[in-house]
Structures are given as C-alpha cells and as structure tokens.
Design a protein around this ligand. Structure first.
Ligand code: GCW
Length: 679
C-alpha cells in the first residue's frame, strides 16, 4: 500500500495482455535531448522509460544523442523546441512558457516543450494516455491557462502542519529542514505530472527563523530536490522579520534599514537558489504583522518585497485574506465578506508588475459553498491568482470523501459580467495557488481518494475548461484500474460526494456549520454566531441567514458588478443554494426550486445527505463482490477506503442529527416527516 500511495496516480500498473499487444508498434528507443541528470528533459526520459516498462513490460533504450539513433526513424523524442531544432521538422510557434507539442504518428512519438518543463509535461501527458490504454495517434499543442501554478504548504518549522491531515511535514522538523528529502523529490514528481511549477514550502503564518543561514541552506537542498521536476521553491515571509530576526527597531516597509535588510536577505537566498520562485505574504491578517502596523498601505508592503526580488526575476504572491477577526456581532452592518474588496479595491494599479494578489475563492474562507470573491472584479490593473484548498479544512479533513473539483468549477466558471460582458472568473486569472498540506503519511493526504483533488487542481490550473468528471475518471484509471466497474463505482461516489457533504453540513449558502472556533471539524452550528470571526448565520427563533443586500443589509451584494449585484440583491433571483448567504428570511420562506420551506429543506437535505453517505458504503462494498477475478483493486486500498467511508457514514449521521436537531430546537417547527426531534 505504501508504494501505491506514494506513487499516487503515477503507478504505471501493467495493462491487460490485450492492451499490451500495442507495445509492438512502439519505438524501441527514447531520445531525451539533455544529458544533464538534474534536468527536466533528462527526467522525462527516465520517466518514459520507467512508465512504459511498468505499463507494457518492455524496457526501451534511452539515449541523449539524436544523431546516434537516426538509423531508426522510430523513436520517442523528448526535448525542448530549441534543442530539437536541428533534429526535427515541426511547426510549433504558438506555445507559451511551459507548453508542449505532443505528436504520436504511428510508431513515431515527438514531445517538444517550449522549455524544459514543457517537455517533461508532454512526457507525462503521453504516459497518462498510454497508462489509460489509449494508443491512438494524436497531435496536441497544449499551453497552460496561467503562468503561475503553485501549491502552498502550511508546514511549520517544528514539523507540524497547520490544517494538515496527512501526518507531519516532509520538509521540516525541530526548527530545521529535514536531512532526508526523498519525499520532497517524490512530491515534485507528482506535482510536475499535473503541471505545477512552484511550491511555497512553509506556513503563511510564517516563522522568521526560516531566514537564518542554516535554514536558507536547507531551503537550497529542498530546491535541489525539486528542480529536476521543474518545481521552483518559494517561501512565506513573516513581515516583522527585520525586527524579530534582524534586531532592527522597526519593520516599517518604507524605512531604509528595513528595505536594505530585505534586499540583503533576498540576495542571500538567490545566491543559494538562483531560480528561487519568490515570496508569499500573509500580512495584517489573523494577528500577523504587516504594513498597516505602521500606517503604510498593503501595496507598500507588497512592493517592498517585489522590489527585492525583481532584479532576480522573482514574484510576490500577496494574500488578500485580510480582515478584522474582532467584528462586533451586534452590528448588523458589519460583514467579514466585505473585507477583501474594502482593503484592496483602492489599491488597484499601485502594485509593482511582479506582485500577484492571491485571493481565496470565496469572500469568507473555504466554505462548502460560497459565491466567488467579488475582489476578482475589482483589480483590472493588477495580476490576480485564485487560492483553492485541497486540504479539506472545512470539508471533513480527508476523513470525509469530498471531491472538490465541482465546487471549484462553480467559482472558475462564474460570470462576473464586468462592463456587462462575459467575464468568467478563470479568464481574469494569472495564477492558481492550491493549499495542499501533504505530509509523511504514505498516502500523502491521509486518504487515497483525496488525491483526486490534488490531481484535479493541477489539471484545472492548466486548463480550467476541463470537465471535473472526466478528470476524476482519468485519475481513477491511473490510480486504480481500467476496470469499468471500478470506474463507475468511483464516479458515482465521488460525483455525489460534494452535494452530499453540502447537504449534511451547510445548506443554502449557510457555510459549513462546523466548529469554527478551534477544530473546524464536526458539527457545531452554535459556534458560528456571537463572536468576532464573522462567519455568522444570524439564526434566531424565526429567521435565518445573513442579510447582505445593499437595501437593508451589509451591502456586500453591491460589491459585484451591476448585473450580478442585481441578481443577488433580490431573494427572488438569488439561486437557492446561496439564499442564506445573501438573505435573512423566515424559516417558512419558500425556495423557488422545490417550493419547500427553508426549514423543511434543511431537514430533508440532512436526511438525504446522510443517506447518500450510507449508500457510499454499500456501493463501495459491491466492488469487492465484483472482484472475483481480482483484477480491479487491491485489497489493501479497498479496505482502507472502506474503513474511511464507514467512518464517514457514521459521522454523517452525527452531523444530520446535530444540525437538524439544532434548528428544530431553535425554530420549534416540526419536520413534515416526523423524523427530527424524536431520537
Ligand atoms: O482558514 C483559516 C485557517 C487558518 C489559516 C488561515 C489562512 C494558515 O483556519 O489556519 O492560517 O485561514 O488562510 O491564513
């Protein structure tokens, strides 16, 4: 199971004998046009060799010299466009950075990257097709939708991980970078196979001691481990470092001593890591220091780092997750959802060119359903990236199976109607940042099934138009089996998982009704309200929901461009699944979809969602019965997943009874079906 977990979707399990017959039409030699052992093209050659060996059982020769192999025209050629120029005729001009051309023409396979990374990505694409039993000729040109495709890890230097559910850090322990970075290299391989080109290795709640000389040396070792896969390393900064680590009296972003402190530190980092990716900054948020501490603007703070990295080619990801976590719950006009736009709108155009504002997908915080952050509509002169969370902080922490891609698609495909023109969120983005938080667990995330989310994240960052179900199915074939029963089983469970989780944890845009004060796990609807965190539901004995209208509420709806604002302003045009996000209504308010009352919907959804979770167990168990030939899935992973689904089924009942009971107590409105309040 360890091997199966560690390799994730890169298992290269043997194909059936029937499919293996195609192997005879494959070339016998791989030519990888770079012989430097740490180069992505060299790794591509190695990966092709190992992958084809696993899938087809044949070991192809591997050379790095095209001329030596020209006696056979039939080769798998992989390299950069530049390196191949002499060797092959191609007609590839339109690739952007990291893009590739994959051409399979009979027994000739050509994989050319716009750069080294692109060649590696093309090799992974070819292998993915073969491993899924697809031997057809193709001619694909593929370029990423956005240049920045990063993962963020919230690893602390002591080896713990904030909101990490896959064991301790693969990077840090005891205040330093760990000696054995095997797992870092394995992780880079997985990331490269889904087109991820950057990683921030430490928590956004950053520890300044990461910048001491020993730790900077350690970061260089991490960068060395990941570089062959084209994954560049960046770090999160603690804004107060010049004071806390550097001993200066201040960390004011406009103070010359502070500026030169950061300039020096940055130069020291680039001396060790010439391709260092850049910085991620969480400033003035949840108690973190920042420029506002000295009455400077957030742009002043971002530009401080941007100037430091600019001469080295680095970038600054500056988080928009800035809000007041001591809001007054008695103030019906107060709204945490307003914060990002309030803090950033007027800064559009004042960031340097190498600053990217990194925006969480929704205005609150990785909830089970949110509308898109309206900030995406307010920064036409600023580069932006979307922050998604693979780590299931509010989504059952990998103990619940939740396939998140369909949720992400509701945001990426949302049309903000800027200037009343089509403006899908994904079309506005320069980058993607995924909070992953893998750990030393041999399944990386603590759950085999959760890896579908990481796979889908990379695939959507490359091309957000991809279909979440097709992505899931490709992942399933690569991870488990080509067996149609496995495919159908996993498709039915995973595609039902987010709707089910929404049903039993947070209906109608109420947010995930978990314990928001500490664990973010398990039901605790009472914890949402009457505190400063602003994840309020405003539930009382007669009514429920946040009034975010302009006419009567917090005004949040008005942060969207006019057409969208008008839609959310009226409850009659607000989609039911966001009704309580935007409106405070009586429990007896009727939904337009079903005509049910809000309270009856809450009851019914909880019973339906919990039932779906029960069904997951029987659906999954049926796979074992269909596995008489032993061809579909190994017993270890089967049992591991069965155990998690069984746990989820039980916990879904806990959720159901806690939430349905809570609103029954509050509203005193009986369930039409007599289920609630009779346990
Ligand atoms: O969702 C909240 C988390 C914090 C996290 C913060 C953030 C890293 O509960 O653990 O801190 O968001 O995104 O900065």
């Amino acid at each position: 199971v360890a091997e199966n977990g560690l390799n994730g979707w890169l298992r290269y399990a043997p194909l059936s004998d029937e499919l293996r017959q195609h192997a005879s039409s494959l070339p016998s030699v791989i030519v990888a046009l770079n012989e430097t052992e740490t180069s992505p093209v060299y790794m591509a050659g190695k990966e092709l060799q190992a992958g084809l060996k696993g899938v087809l059982g044949h070991t192809l020769g591997l050379t790095h010299d095209f001329s030596a192999s020209t006696n056979s025209t039939s080769v798998i050629l992989v390299g950069t466009l530049a390196a191949s120029n002499a060797a092959v005729k191609h007609n590839v001009s339109s690739l952007s950075a990291d893009g590739f051309w994959l051409n399979v023409n009979g027994s000739q396979v050509t994989i050319l990257g716009q750069n080294e990374r692109g060649a590696l990505y093309g090799a992974f694409e070819y292998l993915s097709r073969i491993a899924q039993g697809d031997f057809a000729d193709v001619d694909v040109m593929s370029s990423p939708s956005a240049p920045i495709r990063w993962v963020n890890e919230w690893d602390n230097l002591d080896g713990t991980i904030e909101r990490g559910y896959g064991g301790p850090s693969i990077f840090f322990g005891n205040g330093a970078v760990v000696q054995d970075l095997t797992r870092a290299a394995q992780y880079a391989r997985l990331l490269a196979s889904i087109g991820i080109n950057g990683i921030v290795v430490n928590n956004v709640n950053a520890n300044a001691t990461l910048l001491n000389p020993d730790n900077m040396d350690g970061l260089a070792r991490i960068a060395d481990a990941m570089r062959p896969y084209g994954v560049q390393v960046g770090i999160s900064l603690n804004f107060a470092s010049p004071q806390t680590l550097g001993g200066l009296a201040t960390f004011d972003s406009l103070e010359p001593s502070v500026i030169s402190w950061w300039t020096d530190k940055t130069a020291q980092l680039y001396r060790r890591i010439p391709d260092f990716a850049g910085y991620l900054v969480k400033a003035n948020s949840e108690g973190q220091p920042g420029p506002l501490t000295y009455n400077r603007t957030l742009a002043d703070g971002a530009n401080l780092f941007a100037r430091a990295v600019l001469p080295h080619g680095g970038i600054v990801m500056f988080r928009a997750f800035v809000y007041n976590n001591h809001l007054d719950p008695a103030d019906w006009k107060a709204d945490r959802a307003n914060a990002a736009v309030d803090f950033f709108r007027h800064l559009d155009g004042s960031f340097l060119e190498n600053v990217i504002v990194q925006i969480k997908y929704g205005p609150i915080d990785f909830q089970v359903r949110e509308p898109p952050s309206p900030l995406f509509a307010h920064l036409p002169h600023t580069k932006t990236a979307i922050e998604l969370q693979i780590s299931q902080e509010y989504l059952g922490q990998q103990s619940h199976l939740v396939y998140i891609a369909p949720l992400w698609k509701t945001i990426l495909d949302f049309d903000l109607r800027l200037d009343s023109k089509p403006s899908l969120v994904h079309s506005l983005l320069s980058g993607y940042a995924g909070v992953v938080n893998v750990g030393t667990d041999p399944r990386w995330l603590g759950s085999h099934m959760a890896m579908a989310n990481l796979y889908a994240f990379g695939q959507l960052a490359w091309d957000p138009a991809r279909d979440s179900q097709l992505l899931l199915q490709a992942w399933t074939r690569l991870t488990f089996s080509l067996d149609p029963t496995v495919l159908n089983t996993i498709t039915s469970i995973a595609m039902a998982s987010w709707p089910a989780y929404e049903n039993y944890t947070g209906n109608l845009g109420l947010q995930t009704l978990t314990d928001i004060l500490y664990t973010h796990y398990g039901p605790n609807p009472a914890s949402q309200d009457n505190n400063g965190w602003g994840q309020w539901t405003r539930a009382d004995s007669t009514s429920i929901g946040m009034d975010r209208t302009v006419s009567n509420g917090t005004g949040f709806a008005g942060q969207y461009p006019p057409e969208v604002a008008a839609q959310f302003e009226a409850s009659s045009t607000t989609p039911d699944d966001l009704l309580l996000w935007f409106h405070h209504v009586p429990y007896t308010h009727k939904l337009h979809g079903t005509g049910k009352t809000v309270i009856q919907h809450i009851y019914d959804a909880h019973y339906a969602g919990a039932q779906t979770a029960q069904d997951f167990v029987s659906t999954w168990s049926a796979l074992r019965d269909s596995n008489a030939s032993g061809t579909n899935i190994d017993a270890e992973r089967f049992d591991d997943i069965l155990f998690q689904l069984t746990y989820q089924a039980g916990h879904a009942l806990v959720w159901r009874d806690a939430i349905a009971g809570f609103y029954h107590n509050l509203s005193k409105i009986p369930d039409e079906h007599g289920r609630v309040g009779h346990h």
